[in-house]
Design a protein around this ligand. Structure first.
Ligand code: OGA
Ligand code: NI
Length: 289
């Protein structure tokens, strides 16, 4: 995993975004890439067997549809919540291609493992006990979103995914094919990310920014589309459990003033939805002025 400690600190603090190589999970990732490509290639009626239902976030469809008038992003997605196991809803798990379910299950486990290793490194890096962050993620939830961005002849006029920071704890993103499109906002400029083959792109989410009391940053990013090639990616979001409190870690605010409010996870989810609607960033709602 990560060897250069000083670098790791800089990446989490200044960038909130980095590519992880030599993670040891290439085989599982490649298998997941294959079934994802196969799934999106299926005829629409086949994919619709796993379609989102009214008031569900899981299933095949579009991200964040909140109104009839809204301009949608240029992409389809398939969203599944593999963890906690007790809340799995197999209704949304494709059975075509045949190996989809077992591949997703394996992928879910392996990426969970990677996130736990990163939490340990981050805890040490923040100067708290190694298990502090993972303890907060006990009973945690994991969502996996497969994104499909079709080519667009007017690629300059649309976005695959509008600018956002991930409301989650930690996102592990994998580029399925070689088509670039991910950009991060750094010093008010959009910087394209060139994916390293086989890497996992690690993205600090809003929850981690809050938990670290602002030591780590969740960075704004977006996905642009290509005018002749399709692009695919898989994002795995890792979140604290539904009974968790979201706020700066107690260990970090013993001597320092908390910069963010503490609210329970259910209220946090409501805030995520409301900030989507009012266009204000979630972090702004959580900051103590
Ligand atoms: C996301 C995301 C970027 C991409 O799913 O939250 O930022 O490249 N995806 O698909
Ligand atoms: Ni994102």
């Amino acid at each position: 995993m990560m060897t250069n400690w000083r670098n790791f600190m800089l990446l989490c603090r200044d960038w909130g975004f980095f590519q992880l190589i030599n993670h040891g999970e290439s085989e599982t990732i490649d298998a997941m890439k294959t079934v994802t490509e196969e799934f999106f290639k299926l005829p629409l009626e086949e994919k619709m067997k796993c379609a989102q239902l009214p008031n569900t976030i899981e299933g095949y469809g579009q991200a964040f549809v909140v109104s009839e008038e809204q301009k949608l992003d240029w992409g389809d997605m398939m969203f599944i919540l593999p963890l906690p196991i007790a809340l799995r809803n197999f209704r949304f798990w494709p059975q075509n291609p045949q190996s989809f379910r077992e591949t997703l299950e394996e992928y879910s486990n392996k990426l969970h493992g990677v996130s736990m290793k990163l939490f340990k490194l981050m805890s040490i890096n923040l100067g708290v006990e190694p298990e502090t962050i993972s303890k907060k993620f006990v009973n945690f939830t994991q969502g996996i979103r497969m994104n499909y961005y079709p080519p667009c002849p007017e690629a300059g006029k649309v976005l695959g995914l509008a600018p956002h920071s991930d409301a989650t704890g930690l996102t592990l993103l994998v580029q399925v094919n070689e088509v670039q499109g991910l950009q991060i906002r750094k010093n008010s400029k959009w910087v394209p990310i060139k994916p390293i083959h086989g890497s996992i792109i690690v993205n600090i989410g809003d929850v981690m920014e809050i938990m670290s009391n602002g030591e780590y940053r969740s960075i704004e990013h977006r996905a642009v589309v290509n005018f002749e090639k399709e692009r695919l990616s898989i994002a795995a979001f890792h979140n604290p459990g539904l009974e968790a409190m979201i706020g700066p870690m107690a260990e970090l605010v013993k001597e320092k003033t908390p910069k963010y409010k503490t609210i329970d996870a259910q209220d946090y989810v409501k805030l995520v939805i409301n900030s989507k609607l009012d266009g204000k960033s979630l972090i702004d709602h959580m900051k103590i002025q």
